[in-house]
Design a protein around this ligand. Structure first.
Ligand code: PLP
Length: 396
């Protein structure tokens, strides 16, 4: 177990800086490093550990499935895949699902679907309008769809057919729409971009514009979905429905999975158009079905909603008492603390020292995304730690 950073440096491709701790064990919202230090985990696998760590029910569902059947490929039917698919369709506005293994793969499938739909229904038009600061994944086509140029520039010509406009700007969307446009692709709240919450009528206006133009709305709910928003899907709070939606991250509580869902009219794949060896395999979908049951019948969704409000209240209250804090934003249990200066890394480092894991998503924004099972006392404890950190940073 020793020297993990040195051993990693000798063998891994260096694709990103790591926080200098090795995490070895978790329980609920708590997690321990290899020195035995305990933390409150308000990163939760970047919004993925829906039920917290080492959840007994999820562990049972996974191990029972592992002892029964881990994988069969999509040449055959499998029961867990049908169960999770039916749960997703019954509890969303979408009619059809395709399973894959990650968020990027789900968005790849969504993009393929929208392009095929556009070629068939928009006279060959396959352009997708995406937004600046969006994040849709790291495959070649999902970086082409991602509104951060640095992620695509080193890799040669990007997949063509993407146009970028500012997020939360309906006028730019309207101006960018042409006969070539097949779809608009958005996150209901931008996660990696900095927990950017649009105006309350933005999604409704985008939906109305898509209807008027006869183009598709793709919502990337990979970070906001599966209860993170305080509702099962963030779009519910806007009172709209997407034509295509993607999910991943929290869908199976930390087991790799992805899904693209579509309305019947947008569901244009035919046999041979798309596929995946592991996509929707029995192990991942048994985990996903367990997570869905716990969200819907186990009180987890209600908890996420209540705890989201509590976290919002407590983070918002910091602004009055701390010169370093300029505000708070977010949805449900995906929240950002806005700082007056670029001190998010300092806050996250000091919080970690004090036993709280939070993510400096932007130089001036600290992101909070605890498991949806987080308790009232844990939210209070986490914000108390942040307060103490702010006190000491303000004094130094
Ligand atoms: N879309 C959104 C909104 C995301 O937040 C992410 C990951 O952060 C992705 C797509 C990519 O998901 P993955 O890392 O599973 O490929």
């Amino acid at each position: 177990m020793s020297n993990i950073p040195t051993r990693e440096a000798a063998i891994h491709m260096f694709t990103g800086r790591r926080v200098p701790i090795t995490l070895v064990r978790g329980e609920g919202t708590r997690i321990w490093d290899s020195d035995g230090k305990e933390y409150l985990d308000f990163i939760a696998g970047i919004s993925s550990d829906t039920l917290g760590h080492a959840d007994a029910g999820l562990a049972d569902a996974i191990s029972e499935q592992a002892r029964t059947l881990i994988h069969v490929s999509n040449i055959f039917y499998s029961e867990p895949q049908i169960e999770l698919g039916e749960l997703l369709i019954a509890n969303s506005a979408l009619d059809r699902v395709f399973f894959c293994n990650s968020g990027a793969e789900a968005n790849e499938a969504a993009i393929k679907l929208a392009r095929k739909w556009g070629i068939q229904n928009r006279d060959g038009g396959y352009e997708i309008i995406s937004t600046n600061n969006s994040f849709h994944g790291r495959t070649l086509t999902t970086v082409a769809a991602t509104g951060t140029a640095a992620y695509r520039e080193p890799f040669g010509p990007p997949t063509p057919g993407f146009v970028f406009v500012n997020y939360d700007n309906i006028e730019q969307l309207r101006e960018a729409t042409t006969t070539r446009t097949a779809a608009i692709m958005l996150e209901p709240v931008q996660g990696e971009g900095g927990v950017n919450v649009p105006a309350s009528d933005y999604l409704q206006q985008v939906r109305a514009w898509c209807d008027e133009q006869g183009i598709l709305l793709i919502l990337d709910e990979i970070q906001t979905g599966m209860g993170r928003a305080g509702t099962l899907w963030a779009y519910e709070q806007a009172g709209i429905e997407p034509d295509i939606m993607t999910s991943a991250k929290g869908l199976a509580g930390g087991v790799p999975i992805g899904a693209v869902l579509a309305k019947e009219h947008a569901s244009v794949f035919v046999p041979g158009d798309h596929g995946s060896t592991f996509g929707g395999n029995p192990l991942a979908t048994a985990a996903g079905a367990h997570v869905m049951h716990r969200l819907l019948e186990g009180g987890v969704l209600e908890n996420a909603k209540a705890r989201g409000k509590q976290l919002q209240r407590r983070l918002a209250s910091l602004e009055d008492r701390h010169a370093l804090v300029s505000g708070e934003r977010g949805i449900g249990l995906l929240r950002g603390l806005e700082l007056e200066s670029d001190m998010a890394v300092d806050v996250a480092n000091a919080a970690r020292e004090a036993g709280l894991l939070v993510n400096p998503v932007r130089p001036d924004v600290v992101r909070f995304m605890p498991p949806l099972t987080v308790t009232e006392a844990e939210i209070d404890q986490a914000v108390d730690i942040v307060e103490a950190v702010l006190d000491s940073l303000e004094q130094s």
